[in-house]
Write a new protein. Sequence first.
Length: 337
Amino acid sequence: MTDDACFLTFRANTFEPTLSVGCLRAAHAPYPRATLTLDSLPTEPWPCGAGGPDLNTSGTTKQRGVLSWMSWSAKDINTGSAHSARMYDYFLGGKDNYPPDQEAAEKVLAVLPHARTIARNNRYFMRRSARMLAQEAGIRQFLDIGTGIPTSPNLHEVIQEIAPEARIVYTDNDPIVLTHARALLTSAPQGMTAYAEADLREPRSILTAPELLETLDLTKPVALMMISILHFVPPEYDHYAVLGELVDALPSGSYLALTYGTSDFAPEEMKRAADVYAASRVPVRQRPKEEIEQFFQGLELVEPGLVPVHRWRPDDPALGKLSDADVSMFGGVARKP
């Protein structure tokens, strides 16, 4: 191998991929078997510029018919401590998590037995709100912040089932999510998906990302999807200012879909769960309804307003059997006038 080759290979008899892009080589920790499939891999290294991955040194990736890789190093991927996205994956029954994530998630389940119910219903809200935005509101551009590890159906799959021409930009600042970007970058041919490495704590890094600017037209309505992400922004950051900067950049007719954890219904259990997250170095904040309503200030909430996520336009009679304490998550969708 030479320094001008880009390739993805497996070490013999292991599931430890080694990625080399240009002069960068990184061998990282063993991946769960579900992450990559052997039939999708080349048998020989791809020479750069010879039909292999579309190299992109800007730190972002976009679908161009092949997968683009961002530059990152092994030290950026920390599998030695818990991570909110991988804990969420564990709650959803996924396989893309590691022992520290599993241990932390089990500690949460010990004090908050309905944590899996919260995660599942948050996911169901995403699907219902996305369908509403594509079908009823006619939105064809979506910005999903805090993408997390893919769980099918992903946002673009839900939307493009209704509107194949829709364009979706996923953003996250976690190298773990990047390793799963290939699962996200599978747009319907009529539309497009893109992935931008950007940090919610710095909204300008999202709004100025080349992939966003090349994929979305910010003079036309955009749906901003903030699903179970804002409450993980560290408390030293002003959550209202962070969200406000993003909403201000979108034109009239855009929408905000947001979910946020609350201790309104099960205060003791939720506090204990927050303490477990904090002990695992994953800060999480919970807010009462009146504080979450302030995120929608200046926007027009669509029916049924800000409600526990399982009560937002339910499409399954089983949701009616859940209590608000079982879900402990508020959600709402609002239009920017």
